[in-house]
Design a protein around this ligand. Structure first.
Ligand SMILES: *Cc1c(COP(=O)(O)O)cnc(C)c1O
Length: 339
């Protein structure tokens, strides 16, 4: 048995999802004629109270398009130093948008209006123009920490007041929503752009959707084209996304319970020094001084448990659709052997 806890991107399409893909009605999406892509974009836009959506190959692309749409060259983007947009998108903010970044240190990647306000540049030609704030929900490197709507609202008000755009990297937004039970419709009012991944815990093989106003999405469509992200009969992929939204959202709660069970078991081992309290489907923990991350990953691998090293003595487990209760049980029973 291989238990792949490296990432929630490892999921394979279920039989039901494959059937939905096979039956998709498709057309040329660059011509706007793929009805399944249109249906997916519409479905998510309505769900999040936004006007329009744009289906893209990856979450990196939806984030990068958003940054491009909401900045001009020489601007500055305010975001947490743990954020995906800064760390894992290959320097795309500089490359695609000719903008600099202002890195904040939130609590597990969660920003506050106070912290953001202190980092908005004054209107002075010495400084790049602060034009965009990016939030991540849930925060991957924060160990799946999340914002509630209540925490986002004052950030929205600050951005309005200071004339900044607000973008959400919602790669795992549904993991946050099943915990907070916040109404996704209210998100549309707070953000100028929302990026949602279908290929993480939702279990679709490919795809992310960018949501925004009609005007933003019209511009985003041009940027997607220039990046080479205009796909043709993409409805086969969009059908997987629609299926995931209809079948795989509520079950995310189960992934969170599994992550909690791993947390409890890890806390009883001899080699774990610290665990970031589990909030959703991500478990990040620190090994004691006697252990290093590379040999931990390799020893776990020999037992059939795949995990990720996540910095010095840091390990990450991620639960998802393809991790069963039985696999969690096996992992827990074998944790003491990995030392
Ligand atoms: C996975 C992820 C993305 C998008 O990644 P892609 O691999 O490009 O789809 C964006 N933000 C966060 C927080 C992620 O975890």
């Amino acid at each position: 048995m291989i238990i792949d806890l490296r990432s929630d991107t490892m999921t394979k399409p279920t039989t039901g999802m494959l059937e939905a893909m096979m039956q998709a009605k498709v057309g040329d999406d660059v011509y706007g004629e793929d009805e399944t892509v249109n249906a997916l974009e519409y479905k998510l836009a309505v769900l999040f109270g936004m006007e329009a959506g744009l289906f893209c190959p990856s979450g990196t692309m939806t984030n990068q398009i958003a940054v491009k749409c909401f900045t001009s060259p020489m601007d500055e983007v305010i975001l947490d130093q743990k954020s995906h947009v800064y760390r894992y998108e290959g320097g795309g903010v500089a490359y695609n948008s000719l903008s600099s970044v202002r890195l904040l240190q939130g609590d597990r990647g969660i920003l506050t209006p106070e912290l953001i306000e202190q980092n908005i540049n004054p209107d002075d030609i010495h400084y790049p123009k602060s034009s965009l704030v990016v939030l991540e929900n849930t925060v991957n490197r924060g160990g799946g920490s999340y914002y509630t709507l209540e925490q986002i609202e004052p950030i929205y008000h600050l951005c309005k007041l200071k004339n900044l755009k607000l973008h959400l990297d919602g790669a795992r937004i549904f993991n946050a929503l099943v915990e907070t039970k916040d109404d996704p419709k209210k998100y549309g009012h707070l953000f100028d752009g929302i990026s949602i991944c279908l290929s993480k815990g939702l279990g679709a093989p490919v795809g992310s959707v960018l949501l925004g106003s009609r005007e933003t999405i019209a511009k985003a469509r041009r940027v997607r084209k220039v990046l080479g992200g205009g796909m043709r009969q993409a409805g086969f992929l969009a059908a997987a996304g629609i299926y995931a939204l209809e079948h795989h959202v509520q079950r995310l709660k189960l992934d969170h319970l599994h992550a909690k069970a791993l947390e409890l078991a890890l806390s009883k081992t001899s080699y774990v020094k610290h665990i970031l309290p589990v909030k959703t489907n991500i478990v990040i923990f620190e090994l004691d001084e006697k252990h290093d991350e590379e040999s931990f990953v390799s020893r776990a691998g020999h037992l059939g448990v795949k995990c990720s090293s996540f910095g010095k003595r840091m390990i990450r487990f991620v639960t998802h659709l393809d991790i069963s209760a039985e696999m969690i049980e096996y992992t827990i029973e074998n944790l003491h052997k990995i030392h």
